[in-house]
Write a protein that binds this ligand. Structure first.
Ligand SMILES: *Cc1c(COP(=O)(O)O)cnc(C)c1O
Ligand SMILES: [Zn+2]
Length: 396
């Protein structure tokens, strides 16, 4: 294993990687660091196509020492689809969708869960707990079951019903809460404190390895494009783990010498019903203030006070990116327009990225001829309410 230590991006303190850690003493999430010069000696880009089509093909850049601890359901290596018909419609000829809807548990949360659960198992964790907007709970409950680990999941009542069922099916201790993810987080903190060390808090960015699983989206996009990064990557941002992870992955690839200096501009997409990052970005702030009365059809990105706000905003600025808020009505209209033209039913969070792409192209921020990758972070099948079928005739 090439993992060396955990770094605090805020205060610079280093932490040992062979022990369990949550946040740094200063309150910041921690980032896993590797001996990249040694990785570059051990493996080159030519090796990867010979390996299995899942995220473990990047094992030198992942934090699991013993292969027996790898907990997998075949996650990763999702298709990067060209969508020329819809692309031409919105003036982005070279538009691509990375379809994370094909992953186990129906969302890219499986990437973070596979790596996070594997590492937690390696470090001796017996039970994890987390607040979730639905998909993270589904994924972590599923991978925890496969690893023989307990899972306590706290989820808002308004989260997609299928996520509840997935948690129950996987044998998780599921609790529902009449509130938002922040309220669920407070309940998890109580449960963890009462457990006297028996429960490990695996909430978003509260442990460093979920990020390591999600960063593999960045490696895959680049490998799938022949080690040529695209011009723009558009990401639906809730907790921001995927965005921070893709940013981290791109910098690791650059340090490894596997890509050049020019990196993609990263775009954080939020809903106008919950846009703390967009507001902070526009105001030039380093931290985001909590969003009041958060509500959007894109439930996975309803995160009023993301813990990784500093890291998200830094990644957007470092990449010369931007942050965009889009309306729910536009998200749903674009979701249906896209399905009609390309035949793929997106999740609302993925559709929000198309709305953002369309608006950024119309405003000139995305230029003609640029290659743009949009993340569809989950399966449209998990959100049956996005398509109205009440007008469909019933034959007699
Ligand atoms: C969790 C989630 C997101 C947001 O992911 P973050 O990494 O927390 O920003 C986006 N889309 C879907 C479908 C999700 O489940
Ligand atoms: Zn710190």
């Amino acid at each position: 294993m090439y993992l060396t230590h955990l770094d605090c991006p805020r205060c610079g303190r280093e932490h040992a990687a062979d022990q369990l850690h949550n946040l740094c003493e200063c309150g910041s999430p921690l980032l896993a660091r590797y001996d990249l010069p040694a990785v570059a000696k051990a493996v080159t880009p030519e090796h990867f196509p010979l390996r299995p089509a899942d995220l473990w093909r990047y094992r030198e850049l992942l934090p699991v020492a013993d292969p027996r601890h790898v907990t997998t359901l075949g996650e990763g290596w999702t298709p990067l689809l060209r969508v020329p018909t819809y692309g031409a419609e919105i003036g982005i000829e070279d538009l691509m969708v990375k379809d994370e809807g094909l992953i186990p548990t129906g969302s890219f949360k499986a990437r973070g869960a596979a790596v996070g659960v594997s590492r937690a198992r390696e470090l001796g964790v017996q039970r994890i707990a987390m607040p979730t907007n639905g998909n993270a709970g589904s994924a972590w409950a599923t991978y925890a079951a496969r690893a023989g680990m307990g899972a306590t999941i706290v989820m808002p009542l308004a989260a997609p019903g299928i996520c509840r069922r997935e948690c129950v099916a996987a044998g998780a201790d599921l609790r529902l809460i009449d509130g938002l993810i922040g309220d669920a987080g407070r309940r998890v903190a109580e449960l963890v404190a009462e457990s006297a060390g028996a429960i490990f808090d695996a909430g978003t960015l509260r442990e460093p390895y979920r990020l390591e699983g999600k960063k593999t989206m960045g490696y895959e996009i680049v490998e799938q494009l022949g080690w040529q990064p695209p011009d723009v990557i558009i990401y639906p941002t809730g907790g921001g783990v995927g965005l921070i992870g893709i940013h981290k992955a791109l910098h690791e690839l650059r340090e490894l010498g596997w890509i050049g200096d020019k990196l993609p501009r990263l775009v954080a997409v939020q809903s106008t019903g919950c846009a703390p990052i967009v507001r902070a970005f526009a105001a030039g702030e380093e931290r985001a203030r909590p969003w009041a009365d958060a509500q959007t059809v894109a439930f996975g990105i309803t995160v009023p006070a993301p813990l990784g706000d500093e890291l998200i905003l830094a990644a957007l600025r470092a990449s010369a990116g931007t942050a965009v808020a889009v309306d729910d009505a536009d998200i749903l209209a674009d979701l249906r327009d896209f399905a009609g033209r390309e035949g793929l039913l997106l999740c609302p969070e993925g559709a929000a990225c198309l709305t953002a792409a369309r608006q950024l192209r119309a405003g000139g921020w995305i230029r003609a001829g640029e290659r743009v990758v949009v993340l569809n972070t989950g399966a449209g099948l998990k959100y049956p309410e996005t398509v109205d079928v009440s007008g469909v005739p019933v034959l007699s």
